[in-house]
Design a protein around this ligand. Structure first.
Ligand code: ZN
Length: 434
């Protein structure tokens, strides 16, 4: 391993990141921080830059918390600084590495063609095999390559389309994607769960045929395949894409634990602004890129969203965690004129979702009270593409695991979200007389 690093040092290659070296997080903690005072929002963000902190969560309402990952050498200093500011800080996760070990993908058996275990986190290759086998055996499905990631992986969309509706009208569509943030593994897993429902109907749900008749369904399980693979093989806490060389401010070795990459959900081109909830600094987790849509992954998604605008009613950009169903705008506190409609449909979805396993989701605007973030996919889908019902969905959990949800939660998360999506679809059928 030393040899590999030596080779890296010799070529000073900014993208030299041998995948065999898995980054460890022994003793890294996550603090839950109540800001208490309004001025502390600014102060806490400033501590982030000083100590190279990774913000897992920003407060989305007045009583919300910051969830902040801190390396062992800085824990005491950070807690002391927070206390002197008048904020309350407590340790939420004591050792990130032990949770990483618990949520590690397990070995699993190969399954029959066209099926995929819904109890596992799958690799990019396994996901593609699954998509290809569906398309080869199901004439109503199509696979579209939306574009190619920086490292050459295709960004795939699977489309379910049975032609015009039984009433002879042109289909409306629903568009969903996951995995824009690499470490949020539950998001692609749940998109795959929904693909499985539509393609294989494993529970013999009589509603599936109706949903396929009323809508075209577009699903992208992995918006950020490079980052996802790196989070599986290199750094479990990786969030961004794998862009390596913007700017001259920092060298690869100058970034510490947050080396390089662009936060794709700050890179979309509707009111793009790194100063608004993003960052100009490539070492930060929310680096917004050198300009709007600078990344091949966001370009591919933007093009896909723009090309379906005439008939797409709803768009879900799926993340974890926190259990939120939120709608634009992210870039401003002003509400869109049809906010009441978005709020209504969000409540229909989350009510159905709640009835599955009792999970409560908060419905609201992106910038609910305090935290804005420009350059998000939902703002682009609504503001630029003109898709009316555009949402960011933050899946579970709210408590114990954060990004590190173990595989045993995939089924329940899938059941819940799918129930919410089906309720949303039925409400759209009612509203649009489909
Ligand atoms: Zn996310």
């Amino acid at each position: 391993m030393k040899t590999i690093w030596l080779a890296c040092l010799l070529v000073v290659a900014v993208n030299c990141r041998p995948e065999s070296l898995e980054k460890r997080y022994d003793g890294h903690q996550v603090l839950k921080v109540f800001p208490n005072l309004l001025e502390n929002f600014k102060n806490i963000e400033a501590l982030g830059a000083k100590y190279n902190l990774d913000f897992w969560n920003h407060p989305k309402h007045q009583n919300g918390t910051y969830d902040i990952q801190v390396s062992p050498e800085h824990v005491t200093d950070v807690i002391n600084e927070l206390k002197s500011l008048g904020a309350d800080a407590s340790v939420w996760i004591h050792d990130i590495q032990s949770l990483i070990d618990e949520s590690r993908p397990s070995d699993h058996q190969k399954r029959a063609s066209g099926t995929l275990s819904m109890n596992h986190y799958h690799s990019y290759a396994e996901i593609n095999t699954f998509l290809n086998s569906i398309v080869s055996s199901n004439s109503h499905t199509h696979l579209d390559n939306l574009g190619t990631s920086l490292q050459g992986r295709s960004i795939n969309l699977i489309r379910f389309s049975t032609g015009s509706t039984s009433r002879g009208t042109h289909k409306k569509s629903i568009f969903m994607d996951g995995g824009i943030h690499a470490r949020e593994w539950i998001a692609p897993a749940v998109v795959l769960y929904m693909i499985d429902q539509l393609a294989n109907n494993p529970n013999n749900d009589p509603d599936i045929a109706n949903l396929l008749d009323k809508f075209d369904w577009y699903l992208v399980p992995l918006v950020n395949p490079d980052g996802y693979e790196y989070s599986r093989n290199g750094d479990r806490m990786w969030r961004k894409n794998m862009a390596s060389s913007y700017g001259t401010q920092h060298s690869f070795f100058g970034c510490g634990s947050n080396e390089m990459g662009v936060d794709l959900n700050r890179n979309f081109g509707y009111h793009w602004d790194p100063a608004n909830g993003g960052s100009f600094d490539q070492c930060q987790e929310t680096y917004a890129g050198p300009h709007a849509l600078s990344e091949p992954e966001t370009k591919a998604m933007a093009h896909a969203l723009d090309s379906v605008t005439s008939h797409t009613l709803a768009y879900l950009n799926i993340h974890s965690y926190g259990q939120y169903w939120i709608y634009p705008w992210g870039y401003t506190r002003h509400l869109p004129p049809d906010a009441a409609d978005l709020d209504h449909l969000g409540r229909v979805a989350t009510t159905a979702l709640y009835h599955v396993h009792g999970s409560r989701y908060t419905v609201g605007e992106d910038t609910v009270v305090l935290y804005s973030a420009a350059g998000g996919a939902d703002d682009y889908a609504k503001g630029h593409s003109g898709i009316k019902y555009a949402y960011t969905v933050e899946l579970g959990d709210t408590g114990k695991y954060g990004f590190l949800l173990p595989e045993r939660y995939i089924q329940t998360s899938g059941q819940e979200l799918w129930a919410g999506v089906k309720a949303m679809a039925h409400e759209l059928i009612r509203l649009y007389h489909l």
